[in-house]
Design a protein around this ligand. Structure first.
Ligand SMILES: NC(=O)c1ccc[n+]([C@@H]2O[C@H](COP(=O)([O-])OP(=O)(O)OC[C@H]3O[C@@H](n4cnc5c(N)ncnc54)[C@H](O)[C@@H]3O)[C@@H](O)[C@H]2O)c1
Ligand SMILES: CC(C)[C@H](C(=O)O)[C@@H](O)C(=O)O
Ligand SMILES: [Mg+2]
Length: 359
């Protein structure tokens, strides 16, 4: 039975980078991977076509898919929409919630060839290999009540940062299992010196640790963690944290790898269905210029092959092909430096495809 892959290019650079990633996915198909690839609309593209950032047809097709590859959503064109529920980002958040994609994996790995592209000294980042495990369907992103309303003659904005024990335990288990397979070190990041919700977070992580005696659990306040990621990032193996902190720390970790254009991600539910996307956004400032780095999206396909399609060998071949292209000195603008060869989005994608076919 063919596995169904739904590609959602989205907005901005989304179509450019997913086009390159689909080339690699199609190469896997040509080499025998039994998949069917379809395309759909989400985000601003969905809103422009159907008046909704998550059209009903897209959601139904996503539910029926084994895996989803998403480019990016959002852009200035839709930032001033009066109805906040129509904003492109609501399409992405809707997919996460409706599909129950609570477990977000954001690996920050420095390819040795990119040590010079990092904003940090090579000795600080060389050998970097961190996995950020982010809770993705709870916390302040989805908490109620939320909104903006009139109170005592002025407008008041409010959101609710909420987690249940079961939500914390669910993401905690993903993180402990991940740490068990890696360096057996897990750092839980919270703000328990201020926020009661993260006092509970910390208590649940402590209770889980009793079931994983082989994993060393530590705790860190999020402000310190942001600083430590820049000061000494190699102290970390696996980081587990909530929705908002994970969003912020993963972008910070991006610069350790040389560019946000290098960071893939996997968002998984309890049945193993996954949505795969680069951690970055739609990059409206460079959209349509064939400048965007497609490697985060191509590496997201590798994660798809590993986590949803049970094809670790194909995943390793894609990761090897990315390494080969970097060895050959090809660089998109975001990771270029003297002595490397500047290439466009499409040229980078074609180079990875050629290297993949040769591996
Ligand atoms: N998962 C998503 O769809 C997602 C994630 C983050 C932001 N967004 C949306 O994207 C829009 C722009 O947000 P932003 O500017 O804050 O973040 P962004 O990640 O789109 O861009 C931040 C900076 O990184 C650069 N950049 C991003 N991806 C790149 C790539 N692949 N190659 C080279 N450079 C790259 C951009 O040019 C920009 O200078 C907003 O509408 C935001 O809501 C979407
Ligand atoms: C676009 C936005 C809703 C999203 C998030 O905050 O999760 C993005 O920043 C990300 O990192 O995927
Ligand atoms: Mg983000």
């Amino acid at each position: 039975m063919s596995r169904k892959i739904l590609v959602l290019p989205g907005d901005g650079i989304g179509p450019e980078i997913t086009r390159e990633a689909v080339k690699v996915l199609e190469a896997c198909q040509q080499q025998g991977l039994d998949i069917v690839i379809e395309e759909g609309l989400v985000g601003g593209a969905g809103y422009d076509a159907h008046g909704e950032p998550l059209p009903t047809a897209t959601l139904e097709r996503a539910k029926a898919s084994d895996a989803i590859l998403l480019g990016a959503v959002g852009g200035p064109k839709w930032d001033r929409l009066e109805d906040l529920t129509k904003r492109p980002e609501k399409g992405l958040l809707g997919l996460r919630k409706h599909l129950g994609l609570f477990g977000n994996l954001r690996p920050a790995i420095l390819y040795p060839q990119l040590a010079e592209a990092s904003s940090l000294k090579p000795e600080v980042v060389s050998g970097l290999d961190i996995m950020i495990v982010r809770e993705l369907t709870g916390g302040i992103y989805f908490g109620q009540p939320r909104g903006i309303e009139e109170r005592d003659g002025e407008r008041v904005g409010f959101n609710t940062y909420v987690y249940s024990e079961s939500e914390i335990e669910r993401i905690g288990r993903v993180a402990f299992e991940m740490a068990r397979k890696r360096g057996k070190k897990l750092c839980s990041v919270d703000k328990a010196n201020v926020l009661e919700v993260t006092i509970l977070w910390r208590e649940v992580m402590e209770r889980l640790a009793l079931e994983y005696p082989d994993v060393e659990l530590s705790h860190m306040y999020v402000d310190n963690a942001a600083m430590q990621l820049v000061r000494a990032p190699k102290q970390f193996d696996v980081i587990v944290t909530g929705n908002m902190f994970g969003d912020i720390l993963s972008d910070a970790a991006a610069m350790l790898t040389g560019s946000i254009g290098m960071l893939p991600s996997a968002s998984l539910n309890e049945s193993g269905q996954g949505m795969y996307e680069p951690c970055h956004g739609s990059a409206p400032d460079i959209a349509g210029q064939n400048l965007a780095n497609p490697l985060a999206t191509i590496l997201s396909v590798a994660m798809m092959l590993r986590y949803s399609l049970d094809q670790p060998e194909l995943a390793a071949r894609i990761e090897g092909a990315v390494g080969k292209v970097l060895d050959d000195g090809l660089r998109t603008a975001d990771i270029a430096y003297p002595g490397t060869r500047r290439v466009t989005t499409a040229e980078m994608g074609d180079a990875v495809l050629t290297a993949f076919r040769r591996v």
